[in-house]
Each structure stands twice: as structure tokens, then as C-alpha cells.
Ligand binder design. Structure first.
Ligand code: BGC
Length: 444
């Protein structure tokens, strides 16, 4: 019996992604470290506290596991509040800590991608108005220069800002993240400053490191019309997509920022042409129905269809085809693509492995359509602090026991190691890890 084999191109990069605050623990100087102490902000009163204890040195054992599992790249972030605890005052110990981490990755044959901003801010920046104040642009540029001058021997792949859309929305529109504001105009102001800060950092990084590859990683949440034949659903869904994520790569491509909502149109000087690669964070999709009762979401009510398979928290729909669609759309910007995050947070291990099989299959489809996707970072290597959801949603390949810090591989870790090591996905793997998907995935 022939077993189908989906082969990836030689040199395709397989890895995982993490973010400083979610794994390091022992943070004191950032807005998130403070926010977690406020009652009611985090589910079940969780806090990053010790997290995965990377600041205590446990990154070593996690990187050992990643290497043993055949991963060849890892996306991690640095915490601005550690590196620059006061304006223009640099903490050499913190910088050295990160230097050890990125050289530790290289020693294990793992190429680092470093994200400069992944949701957390130094308290001094917050006191100056954070991302509402245009001064953040030059502060961020100064920070980027410092990090690149210290880590640049080991790193030339940089993601400036993670998910500026999710950050701005949760922090300034929904108000569920610090600074907890609810004003859609501030949400756009923050994105505007993030785009400008990205562009300033882009130029600074290239000045120091001409060969650097610099990009961003917006969250691409698909919005599909709930009733495809009803024009208003399609219109509102497209409005949501343009406002939530399309505006970001468009601005980096053309220099023009267009938010359909509020009719925001602006030329941002120096922003055009500041994307060397397109980082895509993809977790699923929502359906949108036109509904006058929902002005806050542009008159679109978003939900999951009754047939959708969702995680146990009801947050994300398992919709692997969406990954293919998103890659195809992202390719329109003419840059190499990295899937900077994709993963599945659930307490159902069957669904976690099914999600991995489905997404990797769509990734292979994209590669075979010659779409320029070069790397895939699974979110995440080990269970970590999941922001307002605390420890209630687990994304790790490895399960973390918070009491003992013990790591246990999940079935998905074993499957992922087989994929990474062989650079393939096979029908035989699917049959071993999730036999129920075989008839649909590999008919015949
Ligand atoms: C973020 C991560 C987060 C993940 C899973 C992404 O939006 O970049 O920090 O843990 O989704 O929810």
C-alpha cells in the first residue's frame, strides 16, 4: 500500500514561537506585571509570576527540547522594560541574558527571529502616554538600535511589533489589556504610532545591519459573510477585514493608512516599503452578519457557525483552509512570508493534533502553489501565560506543570517532531495520530 507523502522544499524552516512576558517570569517593571496585580483582570487570578522560568534559566531545557525535536528556528521576544528600565538607561545584565539566549539557540542549530515588542511596555513609557504619544516613535527607534547593536552578531531576522491590531484593539477599544481604555479613536492612534515606530526601527536596523530581514506580524482573523448571498453581510465583513488587518500591510506597502471606519485616510511619511517579509499570525475565522445593534463592530455581529469545530473555550474555529487563503492573500504584497504564529489552545488533545495536521496540510498546499512561504512557527513551544486568560488556555507542544515546572510532551509535540525531522507530512502519520481524519485528508 502506498502512503502519500507531502514533502516540503529543502531548507523550509520549522520552529516554534514564544513571547518574553509569557514565558520568562519574574517581571516587575512593565505595564503587564502591574496590570496582573489588579483584581479581576486575569481569569482565575492568574499571573505570569514565574511563568516558564526562562528568566531563571529554564530556556536552556526548552531549547534543548526544540532542538531534539528537529526545530530549526525559534521566534522569541525581548522585554523592553528589562532592557531599558528607565529612559535611555540600559540594563547590561538583561542584555547579556538575551545574548546568551540567542547564542544558545545558534549553538543548538536553531535560527532566532527576535520580536522587539510583544504587547508589554516599560512603566516609564506608560507614564509618558505609551502608544498614544507620538514620542513613542523615537523611543522605540532608540530601543531597537540598542537591541540590534547587542544581539546583531547572532540575529538578523527581526519582527518589530507583534500583532499591532490585537494590541491596539484590546488595550484601547475593548479595554481588557493595559491601559484599559475604551475609545476607538485611541485604538487608531496607537496603530498609527506603531506603524511609524516600525518604520523608524526598520530604517535603524538596516543602517546597523544592511542584510537584516525586518517585518511585522499582524493577526489575520478572517471575517466571512454569514449569508454569502446577502450583500450587506459581505460588505460589513470586508469592512471589518480592512479595518482589522488589511490596513496594516497596505500602509507598510504604500505608505497610506486607510481605515474604512471613521473614514481615516492619511499618508504616513517614511512608512512605504518597510516590509522585507510578511509575518502572518493565523488562528481562525469568524462569520459576520449585518446587524444594526452592533455599531461597535462596524454593524457586524461576528460569531461561529453552528457547524464550526471550536476550541473548548469557544474562541477559535478550527478552519485550516483559512491558512491557505491567508497565505494566498499575503502573497499579493510580493514579499516572502513567514507564518509567525499558528497553533491551537485546547484541553482536547485529539483536536490539537487534528488542528496541526490540518494546518500543516494547508501550508504544504500553499508551498506547492509556489506561494513564497518559507517558515512556520508553531505557537507555542511550552504552555505559557495567556494574557487575560491567564493559565486557563494552553497552547504548548509541552504541557507545563506550574507547581513543579515539569514539562511533558503532548501528542502534538511528537507529531510535530516527526514533521520537522522528516520535512514531510504523511498519510501514515495522520493514521497514527488522528485516524479519523484520514478518509477526508487522504481519500482512496
Ligand atoms: C499572541 C500570543 C498569544 C496567542 C494565543 C497571539 O494573538 O501573539 O501572545 O498567546 O495569540 O492566543
Amino acid at each position: 500500500m502506498i502512503s502519500a507523502t507531502h514533502t516540503f522544499p529543502r531548507g523550509f524552516k520549522w520552529g516554534s514561537a514564544t513571547a518574553a512576558h509569557q514565558v520568562e517570569g519574574h517581571a516587575q517593571n512593565s505595564d503587564w506585571a502591574q496590570w496582573e496585580t489588579l483584581p479581576g483582570k486575569i481569569k482565575e487570578n492568574g499571573s505570569a509570576a514565574v511563568a516558564c522560568d526562562w528568566w531563571g534559566g529554564r530556556w536552556r531545557e526548552d531549547f534543548d527540547r526544540a532542538a531534539a525535536d528537529g526545530q530549526t528556528t525559534h521566534r522569541l521576544s525581548v522585554d523592553w522594560s528589562r532592557i531599558e528600565p528607565r529612559p535611555a538607561v540600559w540594563d547590561d545584565e538583561a542584555l547579556d541574558h538575551y545574548r546568551q539566549m540567542v547564542s544558545g539557540l545558534r549553538e543548538r542549530g536553531i535560527e532566532p527571529m527576535v520580536t522587539l515588542h510583544h504587547f508589554t511596555n516599560p512603566l516609564w513609557l506608560v507614564e509618558k502616554g505609551g502608544w498614544e504619544n507620538p514620542a513613542v516613535v523615537s523611543h522605540f527607534e532608540r530601543f531597537a538600535r540598542k537591541v540590534v547593536s547587542v544581539l546583531g552578531d547572532h540575529v538578523d531576522w527581526w519582527c518589530t511589533i507583534n500583532e499591532m491590531n490585537v494590541y491596539a484593539y484590546n488595550s484601547y477599544a475593548e479595554g481588557i489589556w493595559p491601559p484599559g481604555k475604551k475609545d476607538i479613536r485611541l485604538c487608531f492612534t496607537a496603530i498609527r504610532h506603531m506603524l511609524m515606530a516600525h518604520a523608524a526601527a526598520y530604517r535603524a536596523i538596516h543602517e546597523l545591519q544592511p542584510h537584516a530581514r525586518v517585518g511585522v506580524a499582524p493577526n489575520i482573523l478572517l471575517f466571512d459573510p454569514a449569508r454569502p448571498d446577502f450583500a450587506l453581510d459581505a460588505r460589513v465583513a470586508s469592512f471589518q477585514a480592512r479595518s482589522f488587518y488589511e490596513a496594516i500591510p497596505q500602509a507598510l506597502h504604500t505608505g497610506k493608512l486607510l481605515f474604512p471606519v471613521g473614514g481615516w485616510r492619511e499618508r504616513l511619511p517614511g512608512v512605504a516599503g518597510t516590509m522585507d517579509f510578511f509575518g502572518v499570525n493565523y488562528y481562525g475565522r469568524r462569520l459576520t452578519a449585518f446587524d444594526l445593534n452592533h455599531p461597535g463592530t462596524l454593524f457586524g455581529r461576528t460569531f461561529h457557525s453552528a457547524e464550526a469545530e471550536v476550541d473548548n473555550m469557544g474562541l477559535n474555529e478550527l478552519y485550516p483552509e483559512g491558512l491557505f487563503r491567508v497565505i494566498k492573500w499575503a502573497a499579493g504584497f510580493g514579499k516572502p512570508i513567514a507564518i509567525t504564529e499558528n497553533g491551537w489552545g485546547d484541553n482536547d488533545e485529539g483536536r490539537r493534533t487534528r488542528a496541526m495536521l490540518g494546518h500543516v496540510r494547508q501550508l504544504w498546499r500553499a508551498v506547492n502553489f509556489n506561494l513564497p512561504v518559507q517558515a512556520y512557527f508553531y505557537w507555542s513551544l511550552v504552555d505559557n501565560f495567556e494574557w487575560e486568560r491567564g493559565w486557563t488556555q494552553r497552547f504548548g507542544l509541552y504541557e507545563l506543570d506550574l507547581e513543579t515546572q515539569a514539562r511533558t510532551p503532548r501528542a502534538a509535540a511528537k507529531l510535530y517532531a516527526e514533521i520537522c525531522k522528516s520535512n514531510t507530512l504523511t498519510a501514515e502519520m495522520a493514521a497514527r495520530y488522528a485516524p479519523e481524519v484520514v478518509p477526508a485528508m487522504f481519500p482512496g
